[in-house]
Design a protein around this ligand. Structure first.
Ligand SMILES: Nc1nc(=O)c2c([nH]1)NC[C@@H]1CN(c3ccc(C(=O)N[C@@H](CCC(=O)O)C(=O)O)cc3)C=[N+]21
Length: 297
C-alpha cells in the first residue's frame, strides 16, 4: 500500500505547535506580525495572500497586507518595503512573486531587511543557508523536510533526485539535504530542463522531488519501485470546474503512486506546508527581534 502523505494534517500540527511559542511571546508582551506585499493582481497570488491571512488568524499572528498598483513605478514598491523595514510591529514580510515585468525581483529582495526576510530569499540569508548556518530556511524546502520527517523517511545515505533548479525550491533544498544534519546527509542530484536522460536519474533515486513547474512532467515510468515521491508543483491548468481551473502537480499522480511507497498529493501536500513554514519563520523572526527565546517545532 502506498502511503499518501497528508500535508494538510502535518501543517495543522505545526500550526498547533507554534501556538506555544506565540504564547511565550505574548507573555513577553509581543505579538508576531507578518505582512504580505502584492504588486499587481495575479489571481494565484491573491489566493495565497488570502490563505496566509486565514493561517495567521488561526495561530494568533497579526497579519498585514500591502497592495501596490501593478503599473506603479518600482520606487513605490521600494517605499513600501522601506516602511515595512522600519515598522516595529512587522517581524516578517514577503513580497509575493512574480512581480510585474518592469520590476527587478532581485533588486526587490535586496531591499528587504534580512532580519525580516521570512521567505529566506535575501542574499545574506541564502549565503547563510549555503554555509550551513541558516537563519530562515525557505518555506517550501523546509516544508519538504518536515513532510519527510513526519513520514519517518530517513535521508541518511539516500539518493535524492530533485527535478528543478529554482532559487526558491531546487537550489536551497539541494543545499539543505546535503548538509550534515539529522534532516540531511543525503546524496543529491539536481536535474533541470537541459538534463540528458532525466528518467534514469529519477528512476535510480530513493526519493524524487518534482519542482520544475511543469504539469505532470514526472510519471510512473520514471519512478523506481518503492521510491518516495514529493510533488512540489502547483500548476493551474484551465478546466471546466467552478473556479475555471484545476490544480495539477509536477507528478502524474496515479501512475507514480502505483510505483511509490509514499507520495504527496496536489493539492494537500507541499502547498499547505509552505504556508505553515512561513508562520514558523515569522515566529522565529519575532523571537529574534524581541529577544525572547521561543521553542520552535
Ligand atoms: N515571495 C513568495 N513566496 C512564496 O512562498 C510564494 C510566492 N512568492 N509566489 C507564489 C508561490 C506559490 N506558493 C504557494 C503557497 C501555498 C500553496 C498552497 O497552499 N496550496 C494549496 C491549495 C492552493 C489552491 O487551492 O489554490 C495546496 O496545494 O493544497 C500553493 C502555492 C507560495 N509562493
Amino acid at each position: 500500500m502506498t502511503e499518501i502523505i497528508d500535508g494538510n494534517a502535518v501543517a495543522s500540527e505545526i500550526r498547533d505547535d507554534l501556538t506555544d511559542a506565540i504564547e511565550t511571546l505574548a507573555e513577553a508582551g509581543s505579538r508576531p506580525g507578518l505582512a504580505t506585499v502584492l504588486m499587481g493582481d495575479d489571481p494565484a497570488s491573491q489566493t495565497y495572500v488570502n490563505m496566509k491571512q486565514r493561517d495567521c488568524e488561526e495561530v494568533g499572528i497579526e497579519s498585514h497586507h500591502v497592495d501596490v498598483d501593478g503599473d506603479a513605478d518600482p520606487e513605490v514598491l521600494y517605499d513600501a518595503i522601506a516602511d515595512l523595514n522600519d515598522d516595529p510591529e512587522i517581524h516578517g514580510y514577503i513580497v509575493q512573486a512574480p512581480v510585474p515585468d518592469h520590476v527587478d525581483y532581485r533588486e526587490v529582495i535586496r531591499r528587504v531587511d534580512p532580519a525580516k526576510d521570512v521567505d529566506g530569499f535575501h542574499p545574506e540569508n541564502v549565503g547563510r543557508l549555503v554555509a550551513g548556518d541558516a537563519r530562515f530556511r525557505p518555506c517550501t524546502p523546509h516544508g519538504v523536510q518536515k513532510l519527510l520527517e513526519s513520514a519517518d523517511i530517513d535521508l541518511e545515505g539516500k539518493d535524492v533526485t530533485i527535478v528543478g533548479r529554482s532559487d526558491i525550491v531546487g537550489k536551497p533544498l539541494a543545499n539543505l539535504l546535503i548538509q550534515k544534519a539529522d534532516d540531511g546527509n543525503a546524496t543529491v542530484t539536481v536535474c533541470h530542463s537541459r538534463t540528458e536522460d532525466l528518467a534514469t536519474k529519477t528512476r535510480n533515486a530513493d526519493i524524487v522531488v518534482a519542482a520544475a513547474g511543469a504539469p505532470e512532467l514526472v510519471d510512473g515510468s520514471m519512478i523506481g519501485d518503492g521510491a518516495v515521491v514529493i510533488d512540489v508543483g502547483v500548476n493551474r491548468v484551465s478546466a471546466d470546474t467552478e473556479k475555471g481551473y484545476e490544480l495539477v502537480g509536477d507528478v502524474e499522480f496515479e501512475s507514480a503512486k502505483a510505483k511509490a511507497s509514499a507520495i504527496t498529493p496536489v493539492p494537500g501536500g507541499v502547498g499547505p506546508m509552505t504556508r505553515a513554514m512561513l508562520l514558523y519563520n515569522t515566529v522565529k523572526a519575532a523571537g529574534l527581534q524581541e529577544d525572547v527565546a521561543v521553542d520552535l517545532p
